[in-house]
Design a binder for this molecule. Sequence first.
Ligand SMILES: C[S@@+](CC[C@H](N)C(=O)[O-])C[C@H]1O[C@@H](n2cnc3c(N)ncnc32)[C@H](O)[C@@H]1O
Length: 388
Amino acid sequence: MTPAARVATAIELIDRIDAGAPAEKVLTNWARSARHAGSKDRAAIRDHVFDVLRRWWSTAAEGGAATGRGRMIGLMRQQGIAPETMFTGQTYAPAIIEPGEGVAWPMDGPVALDCPGWLEPSMRRALGADFAAIMDRLRHRAPLHLRVNLRKTDRAGAIASLATDGIRAVDGPLSPTCLEVVDNARAVQRSRAYLDGLVEMQDAASQRICDLLPVRDGQRVLDYCAGGGGKALSILGRADIAMDAHDIDASRMAGLPARADRAGVTVRIVDRSALRSGDYDLVLVDAPCSGSGAWRRNPEGKLRLDAARLTELQRLQSKILRQASALVARDGVLAYATCSLLAEENDAIVDGFLADSPSWHPVLRRRLTPLEGGDGFYVALMSQRQAF
Ligand SMILES: C[S@@+](CC[C@H](N)C(=O)[O-])C[C@H]1O[C@@H](n2cnc3c(N)ncnc32)[C@H](O)[C@@H]1O
């Protein structure tokens, strides 16, 4: 495909996403039907679509229309490419820009920063003087971070193994297990280092959250919202523990046994009926959330989140935290984490829980933002022990 044909395809896909279809589904369905497209075409089109999602409002303003076409004109301008070089009207290219089309709109603060307007007050409250800098980070692509599996190798060993497959990685931020891939990121999942379980994909902040959990050999640990098991595997890389993984949606954990196998560790999948009160030294609640700290990775969340969904998430977070607290042993630790930057999903949930549960007290609270090199994340540790 020509670069202009890729732009034309991205325009079509962005319009489908704008009409409500989930971005991943739109891209997968297109890739299945587009036999003529090679892997470079697919990657370039995916990049266009995700770049626009990260800059949903500013690209529309810069391109003068809240459409796929307007947004791609705006994106080209933001990337320093003259849109006229792509919108040529030739075969498979987008139609020529008409007179009066593509006239930029004036941009106010939240639009220029691609912050959903309704969330601006909450974001400003949560981020204070860093509001603009953090929102701007969320408009840019995220680096690819890997977690080194210390059970199998160390950072230097993982870097050397990746290099044999032409992948260049360097020490990453926030955690002693973190690597940042600086060249050939798309090859990671086919590399020996990945297939042999020396590395896993995990954002630096997610790794840092696991570093902060007080796990010791011999403990029983429950990952209550395990999903794909990223945190469970990360914790298992740090200590010899008995790790149980639970998720209300068991299908989310489908890939976990294979991932654990690759990493050389054991995770027991448990359903609700197997969970007993007071059974665990540590229970981690990696709660479902807005994902606002990870919008550079999953930018569609920015478009889909609304006030009703945020309220629903808060209710769910409080409920899950309450349920999970019952599973912690008397002198154990309850950890609550989100990849949200919003105080409504972080301190407010923890404060609400502590107010309703006088036997629990806070031990630690930490928030990470993209300014520190990883996604935005939050963790709070709580205990019933008098002296922690
Ligand atoms: C943020 S994701 C977890 C990510 C995962 N810990 C990781 O590191 O890869 C939140 C998970 O919570 C699960 N979840 C939602 N409601 C739940 C509930 N009531 N009980 C347990 N898990 C729940 C979701 O299915 C989702 O997989």
